[in-house]
Write a protein that binds this ligand. Structure first.
Ligand code: UDP
Length: 492
């Protein structure tokens, strides 16, 4: 029997006396920032505990994570190996997908990624990992791993609350049984009373045909779910204890909470290059240096959140009217959306950045006092880990559930007023400027309500920090999984 991981000291940790006794873990994220970044963070967490870690991706996506892995390896005693695999032939990837919305492109890609199964199989035969941790959107990896006798653990960039709520909505066929005139419903059998609008849940019967590939991948992922060894979740016990328990007892599945994984990026340099680095980042940080502590609202909708011109213009008016300084990250937009004279009016008070920013550095800058987010789970948890109250503006996927967690359960969020789930920006009704103005004023206000939110999120920040430290809940769950896999390895 080998010795077990007991320390998260980044310098020297071994699990056994021989290399072949190290736990070998293979991570395979899907090719999107919102999935690659937390999985590479996770890979770092396990490598720091002495696991021999390989990250698999395709050449086109390696640029997003190579700088992070190189920097990690420059000081790590257990370096991460980056292993590239290619499609057998580019022609085999379905037609021209560039005209589809970014999210649909990703999901078409997820479906076609099954073409990678042969090269993936070669990698497994060569490396013989003790487990495969692969994206939920790569369900075929379960079959390839099983053929090689390797357990597959899935990674879904979500939290226990959303997993439990999503399961309950489906299990109780809530949408199907809702009377046609009823617009709201309460999610059954959850520890808290959670009310939602019908329009905030994806309704498969009303799905745009361009989403068919998405449906196929989701369907397959759900079928495979019960065959998985378990799931890795980027969350921590103290954040949502009722839902960790509910997930384990009611859903009866194995899951390990190992987050907030973004906290493994401790140095400024780690945070700066996460996601491949950016040009606008340094300008933004310099701008923030000149602002008062806690005075700035940071507004960002993840890696793919896009909006119509009409919506962007409303946002511009709302942010201006809020009276707070702001950093606003805009994606997929040309200059023409900016209202006339707007840039001059907000000069010195607002900064608009088109493109990628170093989000972890911005969130943790002393000048930032709140975060308006699309409630992507990474962003939400990064906001919590930075101790920031959040303005919630979900767009699609499980973001509306995350909004409920932030607003109703954790009581650290203020709803902006997004009411319709849709992947296509033009299908979402425009949220008026006044709603954003009011939400920002509530977030940045001084009364007991705003102070209470700030106090609660600062407490959660502290709990998150402790969770990943030696002896903390996430630290221990990393150890629990490694121990279990080592015991399995000793048996087989
Ligand atoms: N992110 C970033 N810079 C940006 C936009 C996003 O660093 O300009 C990072 C962010 O820190 C998070 C991830 O990209 O880790 C986005 O994940 P999330 O789940 O929030 O949203 P998604 O992009 O998947 O919708």
């Amino acid at each position: 029997m080998t010795s077990l991981p007991i320390s998260c000291n980044s310098k020297q940790i071994t699990m056994g006396s021989k290399d072949d006794q190290n736990l070998k873990m293979l991570f395979f994220p899907i090719m999107a920032q919102g999935h690659m970044l937390p999985m590479v963070d996770m890979a770092k967490v396990f490598a720091l505990r002495g696991a021999a870690v390989t990250v698999v991706t395709i050449p086109g996506s390696a640029t997003l994570i190579r700088p992070t892995i190189d920097l990690f390896n420059s000081t790590a005693s257990s370096p991460i190996h980056l292993r590239l695999i290619s499609f057998p032939s580019a022609a085999e990837l379905s037609g021209n997908i560039s005209s589809l919305p970014p999210l649909v492109q990703l999901l078409v890609f997820a479906r076609d990624a099954a073409l990678l199964s042969e090269p993936f199989d070669h990698v497994l035969k060569e490396i013989h990992p003790d487990c495969v941790i692969s994206d939920i959107f790569l369900p075929w990896t379960n079959d390839v791993a099983a053929e090689n006798g390797i357990p597959r653990i899935s990674f879904i960039g979500s939290n226990f609350f959303a997993l439990c709520a999503g399961d309950s909505i489906e299990r109780h066929r809530v949408l199907e049984s809702l009377p046609p005139k009823e617009e709201t419903f309460v999610i059954p059998s959850l520890p808290h009373r959670i009310e939602m609008l019908r329009s905030q849940v994806r309704d498969p019967s009303k799905q745009n045909p361009s989403m068919t590939p998405f449906m196929e991948v989701i369907k397959r992922a759900k079928m495979v779910d019960s065959k998985d060894y378990g799931m890795l979740v980027n969350s921590f016990y103290e954040l949502e204890p009722d839902y960790v328990e509910h997930y384990r007892k009611v859903l009866g599945k194995k899951a390990w909470h190992v987050g907030p994984v973004s906290l493994c990026n401790q140095e400024g340099s780690d945070k700066l290059i996460r996601g491949g680095g950016s040009k606008g980042g340094e300008e933004c940080l310099k701008w923030l240096d000149g602002r008062k502590p806690g005075s700035v609202v940071y507004v960002c909708f993840g890696s793919a959140g896009d909006f119509t011109t009409a919506q962007l213009r409303e946002m511009a008016v709302g942010l201006e009217a809020s009276g707070s300084p702001f950093v606003w990250v805009v994606r997929n937009a040309g200059e023409e959306w900016i209202p006339e004279g707007y840039k001059q009016r907000i000069e010195g008070r607002g900064l608009i950045i088109e493109g990628w920013v170093p989000q972890l550095l911005i969130l943790n800058h002393v000048a930032v006092g709140s975060f308006v987010t699309h409630c992507g789970w990474n962003s939400s948890l990064e906001g919590i880990a930075a101790g920031l109250p959040m303005g919630t503006w979900p767009l699609y996927a499980e973001q509306f559930l995350n909004e409920r967690l932030l607003v109703d359960v954790l009581k650290i969020g203020v709803e902006v007023g997004s009411k319709v789930h849709d992947f296509a920006s033009e299908e979402r009704p425009v949220v008026e400027a006044g709603s954003l103005e009011t939400a920002v004023k509530r977030l940045m206000g001084e009364g007991e309500e705003a102070e209470g939110r700030r106090r609660r999120v600062r407490e959660l920040k502290e709990m998150g920090r402790k969770a990943v430290e030696e002896g903390g809940s996430s630290y221990n769950d990393v150890g629990n999984l490694m121990r279990e896999l080592m015991e399995r390895k000793a048996r087989v």
